[in-house]
Design a protein. Structure first.
Length: 201
């Protein structure tokens, strides 16, 4: 299946002041689109043309002949999800079931947020921080370099934050901690996270 750029699920200025229209225009129209265009070019002739995006990500991970395809396909998957992990007037209270699981696996919502922000801040260079369901069924916070994601690692992603500079440099300059904190406090679509947790359980 050829990769396609999905439209943003909200207006470019919908996440302001936490993420500006300028950031979303560049991030979606230029960066995400480049992963789609490059991914489609690199997919040609691999024999993976008919596979789903998840299958392409899994099949190309750690295959040194397919590194370019992996980087673009994984980033395509990451960004499709990333747009849906945010919403206007995001953040705030979590749906009850999700909050219960977070408190049970991390001790408190604040501890989870602290771990998540810390993972994003300490990811050296480009990458992502995640809330994922691990192989043992417990929720965990992780971080990955570049495009690597829970799909490649055989885990289920519930939430991910893009900590590549292109995601925050226009609005936050070098202040990555402020950006990740604004993401968890004011941008996350917790209903979407709860939906993914319900699907994973
Ligand atoms: Fe990005």
């Amino acid at each position: 299946m050829a990769f396609e750029l999905p439209p943003l699920p909200y207006a470019y200025d919908a996440l302001a002041p936490y993420m500006s229209a300028e950031t979303l225009e560049f991030h979606h129209d230029k960066h995400h689109n480049a992963y789609v265009v490059n991914g489609n070019n690199l997919l040609k002739g691999t024999g993976l043309e008919d596979k789903s995006l998840e299958e392409v990500v899994k099949a190309s991970y750690k295959d040194e002949k397919l590194t370019g395809l992996f980087n673009n396909a994984a980033q395509h998957w990451n960004h499709i999800e990333f747009w849906q992990w945010m919403k206007p007037n995001g953040g705030g209270a979590m749906p009850g079931e999700l909050e219960k699981r977070i408190v049970s696996d991390f001790g408190s919502v604040d501890k989870f947020k602290e771990d998540f922000v810390n993972a994003g801040v300490t990811q050296f260079g480009s990458g992502w921080c995640w809330l994922a369901v691990g192989a043992d069924g417990k929720l965990k916070v992780t971080k990955t370099p570049n495009g690597v994601n829970p799909v490649a690692l055989g885990e289920t992603a519930l939430l991910g934050c893009d900590v590549w500079e292109h995601s925050y440099y226009i609005d936050y300059r070098n202040r990555r901690p402020d950006y990740v904190k604004a993401f968890v406090d004011s941008m996350v679509n917790w209903e979407r996270v709860a939906e993914l947790l319900a699907k994973a359980s």
